[in-house]
Ligand binder design. Structure first.
Ligand SMILES: *Cc1c(COP(=O)(O)O)cnc(C)c1O
Length: 458
């Protein structure tokens, strides 16, 4: 065995070692400058260690680092978690119309800011905003980067005058996913938080008492990622809206998930308020995410009063939060998929939500049949799917899983090996088995699951 000689002292063969290692590693998918950087970094790390390993061990270690780095590339994965809107897994998969539109916009010039009727500079997203307003049954609508950005824009707009206070119920001071806390969003927006009520109880009178000369806005936040049961009370949006109107205070509701379809009719889940319902109840503006239950790309939709939407679009901050042509193209197609709907809505998320247990069971049986004779016991199991992404926290959706008991491997090792296949398969461990929930797996991926498990057990 050949040894790589490494030392912190200058003049010892570090440079040849890099070349030699690159040769030993052979071709990888990592672009060469990135590969060289990895090798250099690993060698630098070795220098600080006392014993220098054999050349092969060094090469092996670097190869593993390279593979780990390559696995960080953004790539498709198979979502076997049963969580439809999984923020870690990129939330909503796009529908075919959106994908086609995205591709066309990506590889061509577009009329992004060009008015084809007049042959001159035009406004962004005119068509999209028109149809989004129709979909939300609103006077007007617009779109920014995400729902967090929509909230910041709205809060900044209403608090830039003398009035800084934003009234919000203590029960709605929520944290949504990683790094999104309503109080912090308020703070960065320059708003002063005026908390009212108790965590579990806020009355209309609490709102009425809090309104004063400093009040800029009443904010309602849809409690989307948790459910409070028992001794809870909060006034319905319509009552707060009537109060806000009487006292001439704007009312904004952050809906979060933004369901357009009647999800409770598609699956056995609780109803989710739609933007149109919230606007009908009398709020001035509503905002919601594009990539949660809505089923589109990452975006923050805002709908409501025309005058307010126009004012938001005049904010300098609006320019910093605007979307690009790729997002607009995918979003426009998603909005039109809802508007053009005759029978079923042609969006993967909605389709997955409505998959029947019989359909999923049949697929599970086919997968299980494909996994016979391996060092794993495959069974059809039961799962509890979820919408996720801060929507319908109370509802689980009965689902069907493929349950795997590997015979000669721990469940953690098995899960790690499945994460290393192409495409990676992400499942979960429950009840002493590795489970893949088929509700969030596309039918076209069933065979890929069989191949992945075969590869892992080979
Ligand atoms: C998810 C969520 C947000 C954040 O939306 P992003 O589009 O991820 O920025 C804000 N408010 C509520 C209520 C949410 O559920």
């Amino acid at each position: 065995m050949e040894r790589v000689e490494l030392s912190s002292k200058p003049n010892l063969r570090t440079i040849p070692a890099v070349e030699k290692l690159l040769q030993a590693l052979g071709p990888t998918e990592l672009p060469r400058p990135a590969l060289v950087a990895v090798v250099r970094r690993e060698l630098a790390a070795l220098r600080s260690e006392k014993a220098i390993p054999e050349f092969d061990a060094v090469a092996g270690r670097i190869r593993e680092t390279v593979e780990n780095l390559l696995r960080l590339r953004l790539q498709p994965v198979i979502n076997g978690t049963g969580i439809l809107v999984h923020t870690n897994l990129g939330r909503a998969p796009l529908g075919p119309g959106a994908v086609e539109a995205l591709r066309a916009a990506a590889e061509n010039y577009t009329n992004l800011e060009y008015n084809l009727n007049k042959g001159e500079r035009g406004e962004r997203a005119g068509y999209l905003e028109h149809n989004l307003a129709v979909l939300c049954q609103a006077q007007a609508a617009t779109v920014v980067n995400n729902c967090a950005a929509a909230l910041v824009l709205i809060l900044r707009h209403f608090t830039q005058g003398g009035r800084k206070e934003v009234i919000i119920s203590r029960g709605e001071l929520v944290q949504i996913g990683g790094g999104f806390r309503i109080p912090e969003i308020l703070e960065v927006s320059g708003a002063v938080l005026r908390e009212i009520g108790a965590t579990n109880k806020t009355s209309l009178n609490d709102y009425a008492k809090a309104i004063g000369r400093e009040t800029a806005l009443i904010l309602k936040v849809h409690r989307s990622n948790f459910f409070m049961g028992g001794f809870v009370e909060s006034p319905p949006t319509a009552e707060i809206a009537a109060l806000a109107r009487k006292r001439k205070i704007p009312l904004v509701e952050d809906l979060g998930s933004g369901a357009i379809a009647a999800v409770d009719k598609i699956a056995s889940v609780e109803a989710e308020p739609t933007p149109a319902e919230v606007l009908r109840a009398g709020v001035d503006l509503v905002c919601f995410s594009g990539d949660k239950l809505f089923g589109g790309p990452q975006a923050g939709m805002i709908a409501g009063k025309a005058k307010l939407i126009a004012a938001l679009k005049r904010e300098p901050l609006f320019r910093a939060l605007r979307c690009d042509k790729l997002i607009f193209s995918a979003l426009q197609a998603t909005i039109d998929a809802y508007l053009a709907q005759k029978g079923d809505i042609d969006l993967p998320l909605i389709e997955m939500l409505g998959l029947s247990s019989e359909n999923l069971s049949a697929r599970a049986q086919t997968i299980v049949a494909g996994l016979q004779g391996l060092r794993v016991k495959p069974l059809v199991g039961e799962g509890k799917g979820q919408v996720g992404g801060g929507a319908l926290p109370r509802s689980t959706i009965p689902s069907v899983t493929v349950d795997l008991f590997p015979r000669e491997m721990t469940l953690a090792d098995f899960a790690a090996k499945l994460r290393a296949t192409t495409p990676p398969v992400i499942g979960y461990v429950g009840g002493g088995k590795f489970k893949i929930d088929l509700r969030t797996v596309f039918r076209r991926q069933d065979e890929q699951i069989v191949q992945a498990v075969r590869e892992v057990l080979r």
